[in-house]
Structures are given as C-alpha cells and as structure tokens.
Design a protein around this ligand. Structure first.
Ligand code: G3P
Length: 232
C-alpha cells in the first residue's frame, strides 16, 4: 500500500515528505479553502514535494464545466490527478477526461455500487471515505472490504484510495483490506510514529552506550575517518 498525504498545507507536506514515506497527495475544496495563497501555486508546490500523483478537485456541477476545469487543473503540473465528485454528471466527466488521457480520482464514494460505476467510467482512483461512514455508525472497514472484493472480483483495475482517514487504525485496516493507497492527514501520520516502548527503548540504548565512553569515541573516530576520506 502507498501512503498519500491528505492536506492543502504546503508546510504539512514539507514536514512529512522529509520522512521519505509519501507517494502522493490529495487535496479537496475544503482543505484548500483553509489555506492562504494561490491554490494553483499550492497544488504545484505539493506536486514538486511529493513527486507523485496530487489530486486537485473540480467544483463545477455541470459535465462540460467539470471537463473544462479538469483539463485546466491537469495543466498545472504533470503530477496533477483530477478529482471528480461521484455523481451521474461526474461519471460522464470522468469518462471524457479519461478518454483524454487525464487520470481521474472519483471521490465521495461510499458503496460498492458507486465504486463499480466509478471504475466503469475509467477512474484511475476511487476514493472511498472511511471516517464519514463511521460518523453515521456504519462500519467503514466492512464497506471498504466489500468495495475491494467487488472491484477485484469484477476485474476492475481502478486503485482504491482509503480516504476520510481519522486515526491510525483506519490506515492499518485499509492495508489489510488491500487498498492500494491510504490518503492520510498529517495528524494521523504523526500518530502512526509514536509508541511508548520505542521511545523507552531508544532512551535505554542511549544510556547503555553512554556507559561506555570509549565506544562513543570509537564511533566518532570511525565516522570522522570516513568523512575525511570522502572529502566532505
Ligand atoms: O480525502 C477526503 C478527506 O479530506 C475528507 O476527510 O475527515 O472531512 O471526512 P473528512
């Protein structure tokens, strides 16, 4: 499974991209509306930082408007994927954009039937929301499993993006279900880092190493020798 970051914040992308774990990013109108600055420049900067697919969403509610916006968004950067909300007109726009060779991420998908239609329209990605299902007391892992089983049994090749991720267990569930991507807020990615036993173990390593100062001197000398030999 690949990890995307779900944000409109360049600062968050800079922070997490430095970890070397991101394969792409997703934005949407709500996320971009939170940010200051030019949305086009934000999308372009995120494309440069993640060096992978970055979703930018159309907002028109008419087929031709979605197509025109999608074509324009695609020209922002070679990594731009056009995000189209799931609906009847969105399907038509997705088919037209896909036939143009433009990758589409159909979003706001909540059921296997919607996912089948999105995939049939040629969507490269299908964004299936988890948190918003849980919000209405529907088990999102059950729905995502049904979506994954349905698309794969149906021979549909659209990649499933687990979206509306609210906590680390959503990411784990998405991976276990076989989703190709989880698009994850920075807050959740930071939560995925932490475990008390890791922190305690690192502290113990530091303490034990410091109990043998000659070992520390050895490693510093080894490192300095290599740096000198490498001329840096
Ligand atoms: O990728 C869609 C995501 O941004 C929506 O998340 O938490 O508003 O349901 P949320």
């Amino acid at each position: 499974m690949r990890l995307f970051i779900d944000t409109g914040s360049v600062a968050e992308v800079e922070e997490i991209a430095a970890w070397g774990v991101l394969s792409g990013a997703t934005t949407n109108p709500s996320l971009l509306a939170k940010e200051d600055g030019d949305p086009g420049e934000i999308v372009q900067r995120i494309c440069e930082l993640v060096r992978g697919p970055v979703s930018a969403e159309v907002v028109s509610q008419e087929v031709q408007g979605m197509i025109d916006e999608g074509r324009a968004l695609r020209e922002l950067h070679e990594h731009v994927t056009v995000k189209v909300p799931f609906c009847e007109r969105g399907l038509a726009a997705t088919r037209a954009l896909t036939d143009d060779g433009i990758p589409v991420n159909m979003t706001l998908v909540f059921s296997p039937t919607q996912a089948l239609l999105a995939a049939a329209s040629g969507a490269t990605y299908v964004s299936c929301f988890m948190g918003r299902l849980d919000d209405i007391s529907v088990d999102s892992t059950v729905v995502l499993e049904e979506i994954a089983d349905t698309l794969r049994a149906g021979g549909m090749t659209s990649e499933i993006i687990a979206a509306s991720v609210r906590h680390p267990e959503h990411v784990v569930a998405a991976a276990r279900i076989g989703c190709e991507i989880a698009t994850t807020p920075a807050k959740v990615l930071r939560q995925m880092l932490n475990h008390p036993l890791t922190e305690a173990g690192a502290e113990k390593f530091r303490q034990d190493w410091q109990s043998r100062p000659e070992f520390g001197a050895w490693l510093r000398e080894l490192t300095e020798k290599r740096l000198a030999a490498a001329g840096s």
